[in-house]
Design a protein around this ligand. Structure first.
Ligand SMILES: *Cc1c(COP(=O)(O)O)cnc(C)c1O
Length: 469
C-alpha cells in the first residue's frame, strides 16, 4: 500500500465507524501521543509509517462530528462530493491566489461564487470571497464596510489607517457572536466601539432601538451588524424593516449569517430571514450548514468596489488583471488552497431542491429532538427550534438546575454530543442540527440517551454524583 491507499483506508474506516463509535472522543492526551515519537526524529521515517502512525495517534481523539448525532455548537459533516473534492484539492495543491497561478482554481471559484449567490438568493452582482471561516468572513466584509463608510466621510482608510480619522460607530445586535467582536478588534475598531441593540423579541433588534441609536449621532459613519440566526435560538432580525432605516441614515448593514443565512435557500424557511438581501454584506460558512469540510467561510458584499479596495494588493511579480477574477483581490489571505471547490461540489451534489430539503430536514430533526426530550419529567423547553437551534433546561427533583450534569452524562454515553449555554441567566442545553446525514434513527437515539441520563440523575441515589461538576 502506498500513502494514499493507507489514507483512503483510514478515511473509510473512520466514516464506517460513525454509527457505532462514541460521538465524544474518549482519548486521553497521553493515548493520542503514544504512537508518535516524543521528540523530532533525527532521521526521517518512511512516509507510509508516518501516515499509519498519525492515523493511530488521532484515532482515539477523534470527535464524531462528521456523523449524525453531533449537536453541539454548530457543525455540519461533509457531503460525499465535497469530501472527495477536498481530497483532490490537497492532491492538486493549487495556489488559488491569482487566475495565473491556477486557472482551474480561479475559474471554478467563479462558478462556486455564482452558484453560492443563486443558492442564497443574494444580488447576482455581489462580490464574494472564500475564506477560512465565518470569523474571517466577518473580518473581510467589515473591512469593506470600514472602507465604504470612511470613503463617504472623505477618509482613505487603506492609506491612512484609522488614526486621526472619523470615528466609526458600530451598532450591533446585543446577541452578536464573539467572532464579530474579534473582527472589529482585528480591524482596529476595538470591542468598545459596539453599541449593543435589543428589543422586545428575544435575540432581535427593534426598529425603535435602531432609530433611537441612529438619532444619537446622525452624522457618524455607521456600521450596523444584524443576525440571521443567533447561535442559541436561531433568532433572525427583521431585515425588511431594519435595513431601510439604516440605509436612510447612511449606514452599512452587515449580517452574521454563519448558518442562518442558509434558511434563505429554502422556500419554507426563507420567511424567517425576509429582507436579508437588502443588507450590504453577509458572512456565512460552508463548513456548517452547507456541509463542506473545514475550512470554508464566505464573505459576500453588495459593493465589489469597496470589497476589492479593502483587500487588493499589488506586487511587481504578480500577473493580474486577466479575464478571470483574481481571488486575492477579495481575500485577506495571500496563498490559499482551492477552498471554493468543495463548496462548488456540495452545491452541485444538492442542487436547489436538495439544498432546501437538507435545510428543512435539519430543522425538522431539531424540533423532533426538542419535542422528544421535553416530554421527560424534569426537562423544560426554553426555546423550541424555529430554525435548527433549540434550548432545554433540566431540573433535579428539588428544582436545582442540573443542565450541565445532564449534558455531561449524554456526552459520556457516547450516543450524542450536545453543548450548554446561558439563556436569560440560567444554564441550558443547546441543540444544533446541521448535519446532512442526521437521520430519524439518530434523533431517536439522542432522545433516548437524554431520557436515560436525566432519569438517572434525578433518581435520588445518583443525585449527589450528578450535581458534582
Ligand atoms: C460559528 C459561528 C461564527 C464563527 O464561524 P467560524 O466559521 O467558526 O469562524 C460566527 N457567527 C455565528 C452565528 C456562528 O454560529
Amino acid at each position: 500500500m502506498d500513502t494514499l491507499d493507507i489514507a483512503f483506508a483510514e478515511a473509510r474506516r473512520y466514516l464506517a465507524s460513525l454509527d457505532t463509535r462514541p460521538v465524544a472522543s474518549r482519548g486521553t492526551p497521553a493515548a493520542i501521543r503514544s504512537p508518535l515519537p516524543v521528540q523530532l526524529p533525527l532521521h526521517g521515517m518512511p512516509a507510509t509509517d508516518v501516515v499509519r502512525a498519525i492515523a493511530a495517534a488521532a484515532e482515539p481523539g477523534l470527535t464524531a462530528n462528521a456523523g449524525g448525532r453531533f449537536f453541539a455548537w454548530v457543525k455540519g459533516g461533509a457531503l460525499p462530493a465535497a469530501l472527495a473534492t477536498d481530497i483532490m484539492c490537497s492532491a492538486w495543491d493549487q495556489n488559488v491566489v491569482l487566475a495565473s497561478t491556477s486557472p482551474a482554481g480561479a475559474v471554478l471559484e467563479e462558478l462556486a461564487g455564482q452558484f453560492l449567490l443563486e443558492a442564497l438568493r443574494l444580488p447576482p452582482d455581489s462580490s464574494y470571497a472564500f475564506v477560512t471561516g465565518c470569523q474571517m468572513a466577518h473580518t473581510t466584509a467589515l473591512a469593506a464596510a470600514r472602507h465604504a463608510v470612511l470613503a463617504r466621510a472623505g477618509w482613505d482608510v487603506e492609506a491612512k489607517g484609522l488614526q486621526g480619522g472619523p470615528v466609526i460607530r458600530v451598532l450591533a445586535n446585543a446577541h452578536h457572536h464573539s467572532s464579530v467582536t474579534r473582527a472589529l478588534r482585528l480591524l482596529g475598531l476595538g470591542s468598545d466601539c459596539i453599541v449593543p441593540l435589543g428589543g422586545d423579541v428575544p435575540g432581535t433588534v427593534s426598529a425603535d432601538a435602531l432609530s433611537a441609536a441612529l438619532a444619537d449621532a446622525p452624522d457618524a459613519p455607521t456600521i450596523l451588524i444584524l443576525n440571521a440566526g443567533d447561535l442559541n435560538i436561531g433568532a433572525c432580525d427583521d431585515f425588511a424593516t431594519l435595513c431601510p432605516i439604516a440605509h436612510a441614515a447612511g449606514a452599512w448593514v452587515h449580517v452574521d449569517g454563519a448558518f442562518g443565512l442558509w434558511a434563505n435557500a429554502s422556500p419554507r424557511l426563507a420567511p424567517l430571514v425576509a429582507g436579508v438581501g437588502l443588507a450590504d454584506s453577509w458572512a456565512t460558512d460552508g463548513h456548517k450548514w452547507l456541509n463542506t469540510p473545514y475550512d470554508c467561510g464566505m464573505a459576500i458584499t453588495r459593493d465589489p468596489v469597496a470589497h476589492s479596495a479593502a483587500m487588493r494588493m499589488t506586487a511587481a511579480y504578480l500577473t493580474t488583471g486577466g479575464a478571470v477574477r483574481d481571488p486575492m483581490d477579495f481575500t485577506p489571505e495571500w496563498s490559499r488552497r482551492a477552498r471554493a471547490l468543495p463548496a462548488l461540489a456540495a452545491l452541485m451534489e444538492l442542487g436547489r431542491d436538495g439544498l432546501a430539503a437538507m435545510i428543512e430536514r435539519c430543522c425538522d430533526h431539531a424540533a423532533a429532538i426538542y419535542d422528544g426530550i421535553i416530554g421527560f419529567e424534569g426537562a423544560t423547553g426554553i426555546a423550541r427550534p424555529t430554525m435548527n437551534q433549540g434550548l432545554i433546561r433540566f431540573d433535579a427533583c428539588d428544582g436545582a438546575n442540573i443542565s450541565d450534569a445532564v449534558i455531561a452524562a449524554i456526552n459520556a454515553s457516547g450516543e450524542a454530543f450536545v453543548s450548554g449555554g446561558n439563556w436569560d441567566g440560567e444554564r441550558v442545553m443547546r441543540i444544533s442540527v446541521c448535519g446532512w446525514n442526521t437521520s430519524a434513527n439518530d434523533v431517536a437515539r439522542t432522545v433516548a440517551a437524554a431520557g436515560e441520563a436525566l432519569a438517572r440523575l434525578r433518581s435520588s441515589d445518583d443525585m449527589d454524583a450528578g450535581l458534582t461538576r
